[in-house]
Design a protein around this ligand. Structure first.
Ligand code: FAD
Length: 297
C-alpha cells in the first residue's frame, strides 16, 4: 500500500520520520529505532535526503532495506537542490528499482547555511512543484510535499506561502506534511487557509518532542521559525535538569497532539531523529501505541 492508500483508511494513525545514518557508528541507532517503532504500527515511515542534496544514495539504501525487511510503507524524500533534472530522473528510477512507490518532493536548502543564498542548478528546478510534476510524469508514485504553518522563511507572507503550497497540490501532490509545529493553532489556521483555497488532500501535522532548551533554540535557528515563547520559558526555567526538561517536552507534544486529534486531525507525523523513546512516550499517553501482539512460541 502507498501513503495515499494508508491515508484514505479511516481512524487515527501516525507516521514517523527517520534519517539515514551519517556514519557507520550511527547505523545501529537507526535500525534499533526502526525495530522498536515498527511494532507500534505506523501508517508509514519516511526517510530524509541529505541536507544540500548530499549522501543521496543513502536514502534509497535505507528505504529499500525497510521495504525489503519489514511490512512498512516507506517514503523516500528527494530534494531538487544541487541536482540536474537528468540526475533527479536517475534517482527516481533508482527509487523505483528499490521498490519505492512513495516520494516526498522537496526543494531542499543550500548546503551549509540552510537560510543562505539558494542557487538553482543550471539544468535543474527552482521549486518543489516542478519536482512533483516530474515524479508524476514518471509513474504511479504517491507524492507528498512540505507545508509551513508559520510560512517558509523565504516567503513574503502567509497568503503567498499558502498559494505556493496549493500550487504543489495542483501539480499533483497527494498529501502534505508540515514542518515541526510548536502550536496546534498554527496548523489549524493553515488547514483553514488551504481548504478555503480548495486544496483538499490530507495535510499531516509534524510533531517533535523537544527535550531541551538548547535543542529548541537550534531547531528555530535552522528552520527560521520564531522561538515559541511559552515553551522556551518552561524549558529554560528548569536549567540543566534534563529529566524535568524531558517531561516538559513530552507534555508539550502530547498537549499539541491532543488538540489536533480533538480538531479532527486523523494522522500525526513524528520527527524521531532516529530515537524511539520520546515518541513511544507520547504515543502511550495518546493511547495510540497499537502494538502488534507478540506471538509466543
Ligand atoms: P518549495 O515548495 O519549492 O518552496 C521554497 C520557497 O519558494 C518557499 O518560500 C515558497 O513559498 C517559494 N515558492 C514556491 N513556489 C514559488 C513560485 N512559483 N514563485 C516564487 N516562489 C515560490 N530538506 C532536506 O534537505 N532533506 C529532507 O529530507 C527534507 N525533508 C523535509 C520534510 C518536511 C516534512 C519538511 C517540512 C521539510 C523538509 N526539508 C528537507 C526542508 C525543505 O527542503 C526546506 O524547508 C526547503 O527550504 C523548502 O522546501 P519546499 O519543498 O517546501 O520548497
Amino acid at each position: 500500500l502507498t501513503v495515499r492508500d494508508r491515508l484514505a483508511a479511516p481512524g487515527r494513525k501516525f507516521s514517523l520520520e527517520f534519517m539515514p545514518p551519517r556514519t557507520a557508528e550511527e547505523d545501529p541507532t537507526l535500525w534499533r529505532a526502526v525495530d522498536r517503532l515498527k511494532q507500534l504500527r505506523p501508517a508509514f515511515v519516511s526517510v530524509t535526503y541529505g541536507q544540500g542534496g548530499s549522501r543521496r544514495g543513502k536514502t534509497a539504501e535505507v528505504v529499500g532495506r525497510i521495504i525489503a525487511d519489514t511490512d512498512l510503507t516507506a517514503v523516500a524524500h528527494l530534494v531538487t537542490v544541487g541536482h540536474s533534472a537528468a540526475e533527479l530522473r536517475a534517482t527516481i528510477d533508482g527509487f523505483a528499482d528499490a521498490g519505492v512507490r512513495d516520494i516526498l518532493a522537496l526543494r531542499g536548502d543550500p548546503p551549509g547555511d540552510p537560510l543562505g543564498e539558494w542557487t538553482k542548478h543550471p539544468h535543474g528546478f527552482s521549486y518543489a512543484a516542478e519536482l512533483v510534476e516530474l515524479i508524476k510524469s514518471m509513474g504511479d508514485f504517491s507524492v507528498g510535499v512540505a507545508a509551513f504553518p508559520e510560512k517558509h522563511p523565504r516567503s513574503p507572507d502567509l497568503e503567498t506561502d499558502t498559494r505556493f503550497y496549493v500550487d504543489k497540490v495542483r501539480a499533483g501532490a497527494d498529501y502534505g506534511i508540515t514542518q515541526m509545529l510548536f502550536s496546534a493553532e498554527s496548523y489549524l489556521r493553515l488547514r483553514d487557509r488551504v481548504q478555503a483555497a480548495g486544496a483538499d488532500v490530507p495535510l499531516i501535522p509534524g510533531i517533535m518532542p523537544v527535550l531541551s532548551f538548547p535543542r529548541l533554540i537550534r531547531i528555530c535557528e535552522l528552520s527560521g521559525q520564531a522561538i515559541p515563547v511559552q515553551l522556551a520559558e518552561r524549558l529554560s526555567a528548569v536549567g540543566d535538569d534534563a529529566s524535568a526538561a524531558r517531561a516538559i517536552g513530552i507534555d508539550h507534544a502530547v498537549e499539541m497532539a491532543e488538540t489536533l486529534l480533538d480538531n479532527d486531525v486523523p494522522t500525526l507525523h513524528f520527527y524521531t531523529h532516529n530515537r524511539a523513546n520520546a515518541v513511544i512516550d507520547v504515543l502511550d499517553r495518546l493511547g495510540m501505541n497499537n502494538p502488534v501482539p507478540t506471538v509466543q512460541t
